[in-house]
Design a protein around this ligand. Structure first.
Ligand SMILES: [Fe+2]
Ligand SMILES: [Fe+2]
Length: 263
């Protein structure tokens, strides 16, 4: 049994400071094997926000892997955005923008979907799809983690990241079984599976862990418990009017038949 915790859209600088300690306590209690930080670690990519976020992440005892979100690229300093868009991220969150994490027989491969030229929309880089496909472990569970979703529900009014659909088809064909994403600050897993378009990939689109934007409705993160072809999601939710996480919502899935089904 491997425990992967997905934490995304922390938005340090515009975050719920009162939720920091309850979040750290809940993470410590869950004892994950690996924590995946899905981008938008800061709100405006400013050095003080990066330092504050780094200090928070340093208090997580489990191994961490981080990838950039659009908010981790300078939004206002256009010179920095064009010429050294990931310098601050590399300095504070690791020199590699596309790390690979391993825990048990689970492999987590990050994509960098932040695009300095299309700040909100993002893109999947052609070379990165091939790199991930080359890293797929035929015997284990393969997870791709990135900031931007690879599929969006019809109600989403944001443009899908460039090359997202192509990436999803190719990753599914190559044996990637799970995709973790953030960015939309809205939970979607069953609704994406129900579209029937990519039955061999469980797309877990997680909401924001700490962002203070009231219209997000709640903060949340998810723990994946992976046991061969079986996967349990534990979704931990903190309503905006409560400084703590409630009893997690549990959902079980299996890909024993070759496609994902909720069981
Ligand atoms: Fe975000
Ligand atoms: Fe984002």
């Amino acid at each position: 049994m491997t425990r992967i915790l997905h934490l995304t859209d922390l938005h340090f600088g515009f975050h719920r400071a009162a939720l920091e300690e309850p979040l750290l306590a809940r993470i410590a209690a869950l004892r994950p094997d690996l924590v995946v930080i899905g981008g938008d670690i800061t709100h405006r990519a400013l050095p003080p926000q990066m330092r504050q976020a780094r200090a928070f992440l340093d208090r997580i005892e489990a191994p961490l892997m981080c990838m950039p979100g659009n908010h981790d690229v300078p939004a206002w300093n256009l010179v920095a955005r064009m010429f050294w868009p990931f310098a601050g991220f590399r300095r504070h969150f690791g020199p590699v923008l596309t790390p690979v994490g391993r825990a048990g027989d689970v492999r987590v491969m990050a994509l960098n979907s932040a695009d300095p030229y299309a700040w909100q929309r993002g893109k999947i880089r052609e070379g990165e799809i091939g790199r991930v496909i080359g890293n797929v472990d035929a015997m284990g569970t393969n997870i791709v983690a990135l900031h931007h979703p690879l599929q969006q529900l019809p109600r989403v009014d944001k443009a899908l990241a460039r090359r997202a659909s192509e990436a999803l088809y190719r990753l599914e064909a190559s044996g990637v079984q799970v995709v973790l994403s953030g960015h939309l600050h809205r939970w979607a897993t069953d609704a994406l599976l129900a579209t029937g378009r990519h039955p061999r990939v469980l797309q877990i689109q997680t909401g924001t862990a700490l962002c203070a934007r009231i219209t997000d409705g709640q903060n949340e993160f998810v723990l994946l418990e992976i046991d061969g072809p079986d996967l349990r999601l534990e979704r931990h939710v903190a309503p905006m009017d409560a400084n703590g996480f409630g009893t997690p919502e549990i959902a079980d899935y299996s890909r024993v038949s070759g496609v994902w089904r909720r069981v």
